[in-house]
Design a protein around this ligand. Structure first.
Ligand SMILES: NC(=O)c1ccc[n+]([C@@H]2O[C@H](COP(=O)([O-])OP(=O)(O)OC[C@H]3O[C@@H](n4cnc5c(N)ncnc54)[C@H](O)[C@@H]3O)[C@@H](O)[C@H]2O)c1
Ligand SMILES: O=C(O)C(=O)C[C@@H](O)[C@H](O)[C@H](O)COP(=O)(O)O
Ligand SMILES: [Zn+2]
Length: 355
């Protein structure tokens, strides 16, 4: 097991990464306050991993709530089921929520923890690659609105992240690719050397080579922890983690939540953002081609869905948390390994990149 820390002063927390961690009572116990624990999971993950987590919590008053599986259930209505469970069991302010699952469960549980009795503790136990490299770290929590992705939410940091890499053995291949989109994102925005490494190890990652996966998870968490420590509430550099997301969120909303996986939409979104960066003269044609090739090598889409027109995409992209004074801001690439947030692009250029 390897551990790194998200440095946030009094709210700092560990990210444990390794094999066989789900069962480790010692990883959970230092972060539990009272005796009441609610595990939040879904109908796919619970049959696989709930028992192991329950076992680690022997001696605590453990309850569970099992939500339906999928992005289309990341809604206000389904989220409310967590409060129903907490109130039914009269959970007190010193309770702890445990998110056992992918990013959907992590985001919904974290947001419930942020709101229940105005804020209780929670632990992230991510079971998808995407959740292990991204969503479990950094404290962005929330749910979707029909008009926009993650439009309702809060910043609320977990007490700990326990990423058991063994859980990836049961992950469908399409979900593995989705996770690789966020891994590639870190290379594109901040680490050209990591991008080189990913290029060399993509075959190993796609075939789940344990050493390759462990390194990719470690480096991704290291980069994310660094950025979150710099700018927890996204007033500056944290927005770089949104590379590909303004395009990607528009795709997810436009096709209907769950049709495209978040990572797939981010894969296509990163290609579109790279295309616009090249159009502005920031990326060379060779760099653009390299970016496209890397994304395609993870079996991710590289273009928008055919039935979402450029005009419709642009309309959907206007619903974005980075919009300031009515102006759309995008994360674009100055070169591979360096990103900026900018509004310095003409509408024509944007439409061209969407075409
Ligand atoms: N908070 C953040 O910083 C952040 C970052 C990135 C993404 N997100 C959010 O995360 C969500 C995407 O997360 P995701 O890709 O993990 O999707 P997900 O949570 O829907 O999980 C993907 C699928 O894999 C299944 N699954 C999970 N673990 C499994 C396992 N070990 N074996 C077999 N099946 C398993 C799930 O049941 C689901 O069907 C989106 O809602 C996105 O907006 C949030
Ligand atoms: O942690 C962040 O900051 C991110 O932007 C990570 C993204 O991968 C993630 O999808 C996030 O939920 C998108 O943020 P949003 O604020 O645009 O919803
Ligand atoms: Zn994302």
């Amino acid at each position: 097991m390897r551990t790194l820390t998200v440095e946030l002063g009094a709210r700092s927390y560990p990210i444990h990464i390794g094999s066989g961690l789900l069962h480790h009572a010692d990883l959970y116990r230092p972060h539990l306050r009272g005796t009441q624990v609610l595990i939040v999971s879904n109908t796919t993950v619970a049959p696989l991993y709930l028992e192991a987590v329950r076992h680690a919590l022997d001696g605590y008053q453990v309850r569970e709530v099992i939500l339906p599986d999928g992005e289309s259930y990341k809604t206000l209505e389904i989220w409310n089921q967590i409060f129903d469970a907490l109130l039914k069991e009269r959970f007190a302010r010193d309770c702890t929520l445990i998110a056992l699952g992918g990013g959907v469960i992590g985001d919904m549980t974290g947001f419930a923890a942020a709101c229940y009795q105005r804020g209780v503790a929670f632990i992230q136990v991510p079971t998808t690659l995407l959740a292990q490299v991204d969503s479990s770290v950094g404290g962005k929590t929330g749910i979707n609105h029909p008009a926009g992705k993650n439009m309702i939410g809060a910043f609320h940091q977990p007490r700990a992240v326990i990423a058991d890499t063994d859980t990836l053995s049961t992950l469908p291949q399409r979900e593995l690719s989705a996770g690789l989109a966020e891994v590639l994102k870190y290379g594109f925005i901040r680490d050209a050397a990591f991008l080189d490494w990913l290029e060399c190890h993509m075959t190993g990652l796609m075939s789940r080579d344990p050493d390759a996966l462990a390194h990719a998870i470690w480096r991704s968490c290291e980069l994310k922890a660094q950025i979150v420590a710099e700018d927890e509430f996204e007033s500056g550099s944290r927005a770089l983690l949104n590379f590909g997301h303004t395009f990607g969120h528009a795709i997810e909303t436009g096709v209907g939540y769950g049709e495209w996986l978040h990572g797939e939409a981010v894969g296509a979104g990163m290609c579109l953002a790279a295309t616009l960066s090249a159009h502005l003269g920031w990326l060379t044609d060779a760099e653009l081609e390299r970016a496209r090739h890397l994304i395609a090598s993870a079996s991710l889409p590289t273009a928008r869905p055919a039935h979402l027109s450029p005009e419709r995409m642009r309309e959907l992209m206007a619903v974005d948390k980075k919009v300031l004074a009515g102006q759309l801001r995008l994360v674009l690439l100055k070169q591979l390994g360096e990103a900026v947030v900018t509004s310095e692009f003409a509408q024509d250029a944007l439409l061209h990149s969407l075409g």
